[in-house]
Design a protein around this ligand. Structure first.
Ligand code: FCB
Length: 453
């Protein structure tokens, strides 16, 4: 076994992450309304094998057992998201108290077990009625989101100390609205950009509401970010990598931290930009307490000879996960350093990092996943090196606590530290689960030793 020499600070937060639609199931219980993902899954050909989140890990009924798993891991924090259609089945207006009751009990049980809830307000399950009324490309959806945030924070704001407004607005915008691989399945670049602007605006509104209803809480947003590398030093490849950086990263980071959209991208998208009103960018750039980043890989980018803006180059010399994603741990390190240098967030959390592998149970029932362990270890080492260079990284959340519904891939892709037998819903901690448990324990012990010395 490799020797992990890097050391995280004593107050570093160790966590694991999940999202409502991916784990909860109980999609028709206690007054939950339909979400765009229920509809997308029910549309033939959209999700592999016709899978859906109707049952998923049945976390809605089994969260008690899963908190036991979290305790066994020794987690400081658990990141989960709230399902908007449980709270406001019609998207706005009537609040469904039973939906909030579930999260109320969950938060109390986490706190009772010494685990801090890190709550994501939007992890992609838009109420279907809102989509039918225009969805995120329509500016009115921001008001509905504000109602939802009011309802949630009025109920939980006294106990939740860490809020994440949105998860990966880039994915919602482009994968959901531009390319249609995710719900709601739209295919329009203009819808993607309108969605991005409205998600960012709704983030700004949410920050104001959370400051009022959850005084003293830390508020942030989670972006999926990567560190694009130019394939060569040629000006063409460098320009191509900069384009990918603009598309994935700067389009969200600049408005949030600088109050402006990047000029080069604005120029490229001039024809399809949504309306940006006076005051919009001030609202979007309302100061936040932390930036959450989800990072899995970092692309190698070259100029596209076929007239496109960029081309992703397949690396010959790296491992790949079951998603086909390249294992590039230095990408996380470089990304953290770059964020600290260019945007200076007050604090950063890695809110997701992990890997899918085609796990199977052995003859003795156990699940051996050394690749996942190696992946996590290498990314954590990259993160630790960034911390040593002054990056204010405050915590790390492994994706994911459980195997779960991996969106358009259905149950085919397994990201969990815990294996789920989806036929019986049995939970089986994988080798990486025990490794992460021991890793956290050792880090704590070493950090305490340093503090005492
Ligand atoms: C991220 C999502 C998360 C999960 C991982 C693998 O894009 O935020 O829900 O699906 O990828």
């Amino acid at each position: 076994m490799s020797q992990f020499t890097e050391l995280f600070p004593a107050e570093f937060v160790w966590g694991a992450a999940t999202a409502s639609y991916q784990i909860e199931g109980a999609s028709n219980e206690d007054g939950r309304g339909e979400s765009v993902w229920d509809r997308f899954c029910a549309t033939p050909g959209k999700v592999r094998n016709g899978d859906s989140g109707a049952v998923a890990c049945d976390f809605y009924h089994r969260y008690h057992d899963d908190i036991t798993l979290m305790r066994e891991l020794g987690l400081d924090a658990f990141r989960f998201s709230i399902a908007w259609p449980r709270v406001l089945p019609e998207g706005k207006g009537r609040v469904n108290a039973a939906g909030l009751d579930f999260y109320d009990k969950l938060v109390d049980e986490l706190l009772g077990n010494g685990i801090a809830p890190y709550v994501t307000l939007f992890h992609w399950d838009t109420p279907q009625v809102l989509e039918d009324a225009g969805g995120w490309p329509a500016r009115e959806t921001i008001d509905a989101f504000a109602e939802y945030v009011e309802a949630v924070s009025a109920r939980l704001g006294d106990r939740v100390a860490h809020w994440i407004t949105h998860n990966e607005p880039w994915v919602v915008s482009w994968v959901g609205h531009g390319w249609g691989h995710h719900a709601p399945g739209r295919q329009s670049d203009a819808d993607a950009l309108a969605t991005a602007h409205h998600l960012l605006l709704s983030h700004g509104r949410a920050v104001e509401i959370l400051r009022r209803n959850s005084p003293g809480a830390q508020v942030g947003i989670t972006l999926n970010l990567d560190n694009p590398y130019a394939a060569t030093e040629s000006p063409e490849d460098i320009a191509a990598a900069r384009w990918v950086d603009g598309l994935h990263n700067r389009w969200f980071l600049d408005p949030l931290f600088r109050g402006s959209y990047p000029d080069d991208m604005l120029e490229a998208w001039a024809e399809i930009m949504p309306e940006v009103r006076d005051g919009d960018l001030e609202l979007i750039s309302t100061p936040i307490d932390f930036l959450g980043i989800n990072n899995y890989t970092s692309p190698l980018v070259a100029a596209d000879d076929n007239g496109g803006r960029s081309r992703i180059v397949r690396r010959a010399d790296v491992d790949r996960t079951d998603m086909g994603w390249e294992v590039v741990p230095e990408g996380l390190q470089d990304l953290l350093l770059r964020l600290h240098r260019d945007y200076q967030p007050e604090a950063i959390y890695v809110t997701e990092n992990g890997a899918a592998y085609p796990d199977v149970r052995g003859h003795d029932g156990s699940v051996n996943d050394p690749e996942r362990q190696a992946y996590l270890e290498s990314y954590l080492a990259g993160a630790a090196r960034a911390v040593a260079q002054g990056v204010p990284l405050r915590g790390y959340f492994a994706w994911s606590l459980l195997d779960n519904f991996e969106w358009a891939w259905g149950y085919w892709k397994r990201f969990g530290l815990t294996y789920i037998d989806f036929a019986t819903l049995e939970r089986v901690p994988k080798g990486s689960f025990y490794w992460y448990r021991d890793f956290i324990a050792k880090q704590r012990l070493r950090a305490a030793g340093e503090a005492a010395a």
